[in-house]
Design a binder for this molecule. Sequence first.
Ligand SMILES: Cc1cc2nc3c(=O)[nH]c(=O)nc-3n(C[C@H](O)[C@H](O)[C@H](O)COP(=O)(O)O)c2cc1C
Length: 352
Amino acid sequence: MQDSQTLDLLRVDRPIIQGPFGGGLSTVELVSTVSNLGGLGSFGVHYLEPDGIVRIATEIREKTDRSFALNLWVSDHDPEANDFSPEAYEAAWRIFEPLYQELGIEKPEQPQRFHPSFDDQIEAILETRPHVFSFVFGIPSKRILDACKVKGITTVGAATTLAEAQALEDAGVDVILSTGFEAGGHRPSFLERAEDSLMGTLPLTRLIASECSRPVIAAGGIVDAQGVEAALSLGAGAAQLGTAFLACDESGTVDQHRSALFSNQSANSQLTRAYTGRLARGMPNRLIKAMTSSGHRLPPFPVQAWFVAPLRAASIEAGDDDFISLYANQAAPLLKRTKAADLMADLTSRLA
Ligand SMILES: Cc1cc2nc3c(=O)[nH]c(=O)nc-3n(C[C@H](O)[C@H](O)[C@H](O)COP(=O)(O)O)c2cc1C
């Protein structure tokens, strides 16, 4: 069953959304390929300053005149990361010092800010007017949601519990993303701790579809046509896939990460705060082991992500996957496709 309300709001022909990736893993090529095939390509821009966001939107428009989404993280710092003290910085450094020393990386100076500000970024979104603005980790203010309405930008907000979905609906968000804990990437909870919001895609989507009046997109553990069909039969108007598109050649991830997705390593994904300080799902590797065995409480988001970034760069240079955040969902062992167009053909093969 295809639901025209969701397709109309997203301005797409097919109920397939390529989920956004932050951290440079989204690419213009992947977004435009999916949008040109009638789905919704999404670019995660939370790590960019406003001028970078404007540049990405221009580059996407050079490759497609179809609908696409830009995506932000509403909460750009955990509360403990605001006014991060020099003492807290030193405590965080002690966790990373042995790894930096091993890899020959100098101790970095504490920066003024660890991450761009959502308040600045949102102005770039409003200026560039993507067809769809999707967001995670909270609800933008009424001023922002009203401005999106005036500018004809469809808003999509992520929920990890029914209470979050109801809060998004009450705020006037157009479409609700139901994201189950099977998903690769972050658990974008904003009312309760992520660890206390571990709903699976099946019950969460069914609950939101039956209790909320806004259209629902299902995400988490969907990698093939059967998964899409299941999402639609739960009452979702579309399915959003992250890991399956990340595995495609057009994504911005590195070969080590893709190889791991197609290996036995992908059978054991786990939830961890090791990548960024916020709870996320990925495959076990040395980074997770080192953080777990450090015996210290990890710093909050985005401080943890900031300290991990040079380790990732060193791993990429060395050609290993020791310190790469190996994001993956629970269904990764089912992955088959390495081209976005082939994946799109597969995903739509059971649709009317
Ligand atoms: C590497 C990676 C990065 C992601 N970054 C973001 C992001 O910045 N913003 C966002 O809304 N979702 C992000 N997601 C979530 C995806 O867009 C998508 O909702 C999720 O991966 C769906 O679950 P699946 O991996 O089981 O398909 C990310 C997912 C992955 C795997």
